[in-house]
Write a protein that binds this ligand. Sequence first.
Ligand code: BG6
Length: 492
Amino acid sequence: HNPIPATILLFGSTGDLSKRKLIPSIFHLFQEGSLSEQFVFIPIGRKDISNDEYKEIVKASIQAHDKITSYDKIDEFLSHVYYQQVDNDNLDDFIRLNKTVREHENSYQTEGNRLFYFALPPSTFSTVSDRLRDSKITETNGFKRLIIEKPFGKDLESATALSEAISTTFDESEIYRIDHYLGKEMVQNIEVIRFSNSMFEPLWNNHYISNVQITSSESLGVLDRGNYYDQSGVVRDMFQNHMLQMVSLLAMEPPSTLSSEDIRLEKVKVLKSIRRYKPEEIKSNFIRGQYDEGTVHGEPVIAYRDEKNVADDSNTPTFIAARLYIDNFRWAGVPFYVRTGKSMKDKRTQIVVEFKEVPRNLYHMDDTHHELAKNLLVINIQPDESISLHLNVKNDSRLNDTKTVNLSYTVETAEEVANVDAYENLIYDCLNGDSTNFTHLDELMLAWHIVDPVINTWETDIAPFPNYRSGSLGPVKSQLLAQRDGYKWWDV
Ligand code: BG6
């Protein structure tokens, strides 16, 4: 790692995301040398606390992180921290901030490079971005880059407006929209598996693949995020971003190079080709759910509607299962089944690529109850990080009988890339000006275009919620989504 001289300005620095993920990630970048002496960390917040008090927050959040085991260099890191109290509505505060930034930049020789991180409620994005411009903090000889958290808008219209507002301060090439799934090692591996092995590409199409499945289940409920979640729901929270990004990576054409530009072009083509359903088709291709009380990992949990800051009659979905079609030559006719939800049986993200049957089954010919097991390519994103291939081989015990074996590779703990989590990868990429693993405006707009009709349909139609028990695999109807087509959701 070459250290990058930079000032990191973290807005929302006393919030939950900052404490759980961002501070540990920035500290770890410093610890491993990606940030050096020429580095200033300016956490910004509404709270009127002293820098010393903030440093206690930094220490606590580093200590609370389970992947950080060494506190080496922590004092050195703390000497680069300068908390600033800023009221987002007050331009004078920003003007003051501008002065502070310039002073520290001089003493730490950060070459004017400024990374702004909005870990803020989306309602404040455009105000803060305007203040940055008006106070001239964004005028610099170095780079200025903005990392922005989701949700980026709540539909196509608001996303467009927000994007226009921010574009008066930051150019598209300076905006890094975080989708933390793109920072996950195994999500990044999808591309490598597909494009660095000659054996998959010839089969990667509707001649040989019968269907593709992506499941991202969560065992936790909404916890203390009821306020945000009840407005957002699963479509905006997980599906519009993380799930569609994984679909794009699985379905895209090989890019001509690995540049962010080339990869993005291919992902955009996939999003364009995802079938837009007519209103009357939405019901049969998108299944929604909301969790009831139940038992998760042996513990009783409450229904979504009983969570804090959630309406008693909330119509917000906490689960979605979708059947998507990508209407192009490669994928015509191949369903992509995608599901994600909260308060389910397990925390797990898994991709299953199911291959078609051999043209003629020569085995078990006398026994109609035995079909050949399906060939599967399974990519486990989390918590296990593994790839496996399910094949049929001879079963010793009976003539002409087969059994399934798994060829598998599991990322061992020792091999795990030494980062604290996906956020660290992404902050590192942004510091290096690499936007490959961020969501470009074109992708964002297309994703809203895909989900807007679903959201509209669901918001104007009251669902018979709750309709799945906590600790289950979601509503029964979601099972039928695949069964109807003669498939089943794999849980392998
Ligand atoms: C976030 C959502 O983007 O992703 C959360 O807002 C969700 O609701 C989280 O829990 C899941 O991320 P991960 O990395 O735990 O799978």
